[in-house]
Design a protein around this ligand. Sequence first.
Ligand SMILES: [Zn+2]
Length: 314
Amino acid sequence: MNKTQLPSDIHFIQRGWFHCNHVVVQDPDGPIIIDTGQHTGVEDTVALLQERGIDPTAIQLIINTHCHTDHWGGNARLQALSGAPVICGPKTAEIFANGDTRAMWVDYFGMAESYELPSPMILPSKIIAPGDSIQLGRYSFQILAAPGHAPDSIALFEPKYGILLCADAMFEQDCGVMNSKVSGEKTLDEALTTLARFKELDATIALPGHGPIITDVAENIEAVSHLIRLFQRRSDKHARHLCARAFAFSLLILQPIPRTKFLTMFEEAPWLHDNAAILGIPKPTDLLAKLTEEFIQRGLVQDNHGILTSTIPL
Ligand SMILES: [Zn+2]
């Protein structure tokens, strides 16, 4: 078998950007889903599963890789349909138990008031810790710690087939947001350590949390490590990477929204303050206006009579 192709009993469901991708492993006792997307638009998730012949009511297990809402927002709906338990890593379980919106970045992105957390919060019924193995269908996956983008993140690796579920630790030629202000100054170092750990696995195929399947895994690890080392040297590059994603995430949640409202509602948002300072922009709201203009020029945001909407796929 060509090892850069996924076996037919593992589905990779690639979403746009707002929702995470889903990985589904087929098993005679029912499908197992890794990461469930945002709660808003969860019916699209259900429909996408059905389109691929996956019965959402038959799901036997839900696994979450980390605590960001785009990875677990669909838990409640999928559990209501199937009764499936949720399992996750130990640090994610702690964040869920505490309803820690800081760790989930809701506070940092200034969304505490405008973003309603998925509810009810489903607490995990079991923990999978780094070092454990878990049988998913006919595959035995090793659980790895994958801090960097999220300190609580786990990755799953199947050595026989060389399949790595890397969540947001690595995308195709990119990585998830590196949020040193929330996750600590060691974030970038940890991200590099995670990538070095991935390199040792010799994976032939990596399934990221966002974006397409990665088949040139070793080369991709090099490229992403290079990007993170660039962030270590150049705080402005790091700030711009974070700002573009925080901006897009915020607009996708709030759209359609009047431009005048959008441009003033993040006055207190930590991400805007911190990164305006790094980029040498005296007024944080000027940074927001600048990002809006840039996104409009790139065709990623439309301003129709003062109402902003995004063209970024969900
Ligand atoms: Zn994430």
